[in-house]
Design a protein around this ligand. Sequence first.
Ligand code: CMC
Length: 391
Amino acid sequence: YGYFTYDPGFLSTASCESSITFIDGDKGILQHRGYAIDDLAKKADYLEVCYILLNGDAPTQSEYDEFKAIITNHTMVHEKLAHFFQGFLPDAHPMAMVCGVVGAMSSFYHSDLDITDPAQRKRSAHRLIAKMPTIAAMAYKYSVGQPFVYPRNDLSYAENFLHMMFSVPAEEYKVNPIIASAMDRIFTLHADHEQNASTSTVRLAGSSGANPYACIAAGVASLWGPAHGGANEACLTMLEEIGTLDRVDEFVAKAKDKSDPFRLMGFGHRVYKNFDPRATVMRETCHKVLKELGINDPLLDVAMALEKVALEDPYFIEKKLYPNVDFYSGIILKAIGIPTSMFTVIFAMSRTVGWISHWDEMLSQPGQKIGRPRQKYTGKIDREFVPLNKR
Ligand code: CMC
């Protein structure tokens, strides 16, 4: 009953061929379509990265302008889609709202649902990239009881998101270029990461021919867990639990204690065992944002103390556990004033382009088959079934 190779957690099984993202975890290399992540983070904006992931090459100026115009054109959501939020309780987690509302997009954009047509696939990709920030910001506004703020097409992708999050009818959000650039970098550093749990989920859902909006909703659900996209939120919750500098050692000891299931959230990575190249760039941005905004928050002191421990403590060094991208992005988001419950939503927004690029790539590959893993059966066999009245 064990005819199949058993690889729990897919530690050594490639599930597909892909030309989108290259990772060498040992060397700390991450490249999208051959472009190094730190180059992209420092020299390109998020929409350029979206174009690269979706289309394969860096855009020329006119290709970029055209792409930006298309995305900007799709930022509004159907007014009836906005009504979906009213069905949620005000204290619903924003990830629950986003998961439901993105899935509901399948019932609005019928003209995109022929997945055999590359043009329709592209259009659904554009709609998703454009509308995710609008839906994400709506989830936030609903949760704080404020009116929805409509997108502004004269702003950049990151600026527009901040505007929809923080503008109120009485006062427009004033764009702070440092914050907008940090936000853009967070988007870029989360844009894709090859076959992680949520991307694999999107591919598996898509392999059955499901529509793009349903597939992305599946990706959002998969991302939500604390071992994946939920780590940035879990990290901040952990910092709040630690609370003060004098308790850092106690929590580090708990993380090292094998009889205690507690782990330091925001530390370690399945693929990067030396360093996470995204974390290197995010760390730089994090320290810059904290310095330039002159933020004085005891939780950030706790975070910096934990960072020091992880870089110096033999347990973390030996197990190759480094602060990951979500450790730093969580700190930046907190400094910007984004509530913790929105952290994973922002990850989902940023990763939408990666998910949809993989979905599109899979559907354009010849001979694509439905994903159908097998299992190693460990249950009973050949049992006699006794009717209920005889048992
Ligand atoms: N704190 C303390 N010990 C840890 C931690 C941690 N954060 N992470 C791993 N370890 C230990 C673990 O106990 C194990 O020890 P031992 O060898 O004695 O059994 C060893 O390190 C290897 O851990 P693992 O669970 O086998 O490693 P993995 O590759 O399966 O898991 C991980 C990777 C990210 C799930 C894990 O490091 C973790 O749970 N980290 C905390 C959650 C987190 O920050 N996740 C975000 C990942 S980055 C965002 C994303 O890509 O989604």
